[in-house]
Design a protein around this ligand. Structure first.
Ligand code: URA
Length: 243
């Protein structure tokens, strides 16, 4: 999802259908307010959430929306689908059609799914170079061998993408159950990692993204808005005590 940053003068020229030199005069006359303050700077960078007023006319006043959903198994991480219920069908928000998904989960994966209209936030969360950990609880068909831990830490070469996965942490919590933390989100990544040991994943549940955990009070299918501090927590290092 591309973030929508642009220069104030370009935005105004398009919105008011006026040439740049008229826009320059309008700005110098102090007729434009950016986030409540008069702005005369043509080069000023704005984004989709900048509040822009020209005289008494509000040109832009979009609010950022951040939602956490407890995605159930059997619901598709898409905004439209002909066959299955989508995660958007589970959300009740007036701006829901402007939202996009931050890191899809497979049809049969459950857990924390984030939705937003803020593409800068979602890009930060998804870019592998930002190394935001995504933690999953995994149930396997067969016993997990302790040797897996080193292989996960070293990374796996994925032929299709021609990449080696970033170091991942594997914590074995029962004979066939583990917590996995990965730093990127390649297609079917966790399943493919266990697939290297011919050990099929039978259940997969995302517990957290960065420092933001799924709210335990949300039943599968329920969602809620994030609080402002939680928007930052998703970008932070996790501080785990329990799950
Ligand atoms: N890895 C998978 O294999 N599936 C998911 O849904 C998420 C991570």
């Amino acid at each position: 999802m591309k973030s929508k940053r642009s220069r104030l003068d370009r935005y105004l020229a398009k919105e008011l259908v006026q040439p740049k030199k008229v826009i320059r005069q309008i700005l110098l006359q102090g007729r434009v307010k950016l986030d409540g303050e008069v702005c005369k700077d043509m080069d000023k960078l704005i984004d989709e959430f900048s509040h822009i007023k020209f005289d008494e006319q509000v040109l832009q006043s979009l609010q950022p929306v951040y939602i956490m959903l407890h995605k159930p198994v059997g619901v598709v991480s898409a905004t439209k689908d002909l066959q299955h219920k989508t995660v958007l069908d589970l959300i009740d928000h007036p701006q829901k059609n402007e939202l996009h998904i931050v890191g899809r989960l497979d049809l049969n994966t459950s857990g924390l799914l984030l939705l937003t209209n803020d593409s800068r936030w979602s890009n930060k969360l998804m870019q592998p170079e930002n190394k935001i950990p995504k933690r999953y609880r995994v149930q396997l068909a067969n016993p997990i061998h302790p040797d897996y831990i080193e292989s996960f830490a070293k990374g796996f070469y994925f032929e299709y993408e021609q990449i080696t996965t970033l170091p991942a942490q594997l914590e074995i919590i029962a004979e066939r159950e583990a917590i996995v933390s990965i730093q990127e989100g390649k297609y079917h990544q966790v399943k493919r990692m266990f697939g290297r040991f011919r050990n099929p994943v039978v259940a997969l549940h995302r517990l957290s993204v960065g420092g933001l955990s799924l709210d335990n009070s949300l039943e599968a299918g329920e969602s809620r808005m994030l609080m402002p501090n939680e928007v930052f927590m998703a970008l932070e290092e996790p501080k785990w005590s329990e799950d």
